[in-house]
Design a protein around this ligand. Structure first.
Ligand SMILES: *[C@@H]1O[C@H](CO)[C@@H](O)[C@H](O)[C@H]1NC(C)=O
Ligand SMILES: *[C@@H]1O[C@H](CO)[C@@H](O)[C@H](O)[C@H]1NC(C)=O
Ligand SMILES: *[C@@H]1O[C@H](CO)[C@@H](O)[C@H](O)[C@H]1NC(C)=O
Ligand SMILES: *[C@@H]1O[C@H](CO)[C@@H](O)[C@H](O)[C@H]1NC(C)=O
Ligand SMILES: *[C@@H]1O[C@H](CO)[C@@H](O)[C@H](O)[C@H]1NC(C)=O
Ligand SMILES: *[C@@H]1O[C@H](CO)[C@@H](O)[C@H](O)[C@H]1NC(C)=O
Length: 524
């Protein structure tokens, strides 16, 4: 394996040199981006750390979910994951060699504060100090997420987690500990990862933690929850928590620490499946429900009108003071983008009672235009069809509707079967097309500030455990040492990060040359 890998890498270097000699009109490098534009890679605590039961950490709702008989993770869990908890030095070394500007990771709340509130766990504190120091000493900027689907189970059990307003105070105290302990070195704070997907998948469709839903709305059996109410309630408390945590940072830390606070959302970027007026309106409505749900309150101080209309009294309302505090409580947005969706109007569903969040949205969505078989799935099977124009569309949405705030692309990448190959050409093509599209958007006036690929390593994946992978590095789960192996995408990204020029479609040209070279090599 290792030997073969060595020769593969040599061949790749040859390939890249050859690609560089091909000059094209659309050749680009990182120096075409504005100065300070950040390129990085990401992971999240439960998906990468392992050591789930070590040194005082207690379970989060993600542990509970992964250990329940989940159809999605097929019995896998993140107890060991990539063991970054013990291997962080090695991983930071890989990042430094690759040339990453920044590493996006999350703090495990239940590792830092095991009961959700109260005493700080010294071992947890030490771990994050070690990781951050290691990054900083290698010149890698930490971009830290506070909540990545992993509320401490203790708070879920005590008062129902995000569906209770009690959560606001506990979240703000947790954020306070993080700012105080790490804010001298951490300048980029994201309060929530995918606040919209967490609210929808955790409280309406019920297939992600904390798997709450009510029949007939959930994807699987619903034993507790209320799909009509709770997605809105959780989102509302998330917005209030975010606003309070940002307010605290501004009052107590921002002058001294000079950092920034933002919120992350997943965007599917929805376009109409046909040119029918109702489908064009349906696409706008989808963007209002997915993105506007969180962005409108932060930018304008209230929910989108169409949400108020369709959800009625089930959508909580902001008091005047809350609205004032939520409005403007961000320095940037984080956007995770994988795929655009085509949507069709389903307004007839608005006549049905009861309705869940999804029925209120009143659309059907699909990933391939005109392909009914993928309707309403969350991800297409395995490789994700590339829609880099969708990334441009999301950035246009922020530019045209929301005042063009600073945006970090926090996640983008390609999904492949886990360990079939280190020659991950589809991933290289994905990175190349999206970074190129991003450059066009920046040149067209978007305020995008950075790009992170998901993921640094093959982590424990939310949508299917260890069956799929998004990593630049393969992690050999059969090796007790969990050895990491660079895929070709790691080499490609490193070439780009170090200033090498990229010729669009060079990956595909390389593939042609690559196949003949590597099969020759294999025959030796
Ligand atoms: C849901 O519940 C039904 C009836 O109890 C059972 O037959 C089925 O296997 C359950 N499905 C899942 C995915 O747990
Ligand atoms: C919608 O109309 C435009 C311009 O007439 C056309 O280019 C596009 O293909 C149409 N889209 C669909 C889905 O029919
Ligand atoms: C429709 O989707 C299925 C499953 O995702 C896929 O196998 C098939 O190739 C798609 N068909 C078209 C026309 O895109
Ligand atoms: C992938 O890994 C699993 C376990 O780590 C192993 O059983 C399987 O044979 C591997 N598949 C390939 C194609 O290498
Ligand atoms: C460039 O910006 C203009 C103005 O916002 C917009 O109309 C156009 O669609 C953008 N082009 C691309 C490719 O995003
Ligand atoms: C392969 O490399 C050669 C240069 O050695 C180049 O001319 C050619 O376009 C490349 N691509 C393919 C598909 O052969």
């Amino acid at each position: 394996m290792v030997k073969k890998l060595g020769s593969l890498l040599q061949l790749l270097v040859v390939g890249l040199v050859m690609a560089e000699t091909v000059s094209g009109a659309d050749e680009f490098s990182r120096y075409d981006f504005p100065p300070g534009f950040v390129f990085g890679a990401g992971t999240s605590a439960y998906q990468v750390e392992g050591a789930a039961n070590e040194d005082g950490r207690t379970p989060s709702i993600m542990d509970t979910w992964a250990h329940s008989d989940s159809v999605i993770t097929s019995g896998a869990n993140g107890d060991i994951a990539c063991d970054q908890y013990h291997k962080y030095k090695e991983d930071v070394q890989l990042m430094a060699e690759m040339g990453l500007d920044a590493y996006r990771f999350s703090i495990s709340w239940s590792r830092l504060i095991p009961n959700g509130r109260g005493p700080v766990n010294p071992k947890g504190l030490q771990y994050y100090n070690n990781l951050i120091n290691e990054l900083v000493s290698d010149g890698i900027e930490p971009h830290v997420t506070l909540h990545h689907f992993d509320l401490p189970q203790a708070l879920e059990d005590e008062y129902g987690g995000w569906i209770s307003q009690n959560i606001v105070k506990d979240f703000v105290e947790y954020a306070d500990v993080c700012y105080r302990m790490f804010g001298d070195r951490v300048k980029y704070w994201t309060t929530f990862n995918e606040a919209n997907i967490f609210s929808m998948a955790g409280y309406d469709l019920g297939f992600l933690p904390p798997t709450r839903c009510s029949s007939p709305f959930g994807y699987f059996n619903c034993t507790r929850g209320d799909s009509s109410l709770e997605p809105y309630l959780a989102a509302h408390n998330i917005l209030l928590s975010h606003a309070s945590a940002t307010r605290l940072y501004r009052k107590k830390y921002q002058n001294i620490q000079k950092g920034y606070v933002g919120l992350n959302l997943l965007s599917f970027h929805s376009v109409p499946a046909t040119n029918k007026t109702e489908d064009v309106i349906a696409a706008q409505r989808t963007n209002d429900f997915f993105m506007g749900w969180f962005v409108e309150p932060l930018v304008h101080g209230d929910y989108p009108e169409v949400m108020k209309k369709n959800a009625g009294s089930r959508l909580p309302s902001f008091t005047a003071l809350e609205s004032q505090r939520v409005k403007g409580s961000f320095d940037f947005f984080g956007v995770n983008f994988y795929i655009a969706t085509y949507v069709k109007d389903n307004s007839e569903g608005l006549n049905i009672e009861p309705r869940d969040y999804k029925a209120d949205m009143a659309v059907e969505w699909q990933f391939t235009q005109g392909n009914a078989s993928s309707t309403n799935r969350l991800l297409p099977s395995f490789e994700i069809p590339l829609t880099p124009w969708g990334l441009q569309g999301v950035l246009e949405l922020f530019k045209q509707n929301y005042g063009n705030p600073p945006v970090f692309i926090h996640e983008n990448g390609q999904r492949m079967q886990r360990n079939t190959t280190l020659e991950d050409w589809p991933r290289i093509q994905c990175l190349q097309e999206h970074i190129s599209a991003l450059l066009d958007s920046v040149r067209n006036g978007s305020n995008a500030k950075g790009y992170f690929t998901w993921s640094l390593l093959d982590v424990f994946e939310l949508l299917d455990g260890f069956r799929s992978s998004f990593g630049l590095y393969y992690v050999d789960l059969d090796d007790p040492g969990l050895r990491r192996y660079p895929k070709l995408s790691a080499e490609w990204y490193s070439h780009f990060l170090k200033g090498g020029s990229i010729t669009p479609n060079a990956g595909i040209e390389l593939k042609g040359n690559w196949s003949s070279l590597s099969s020759a090599q294999v025959m030796k």
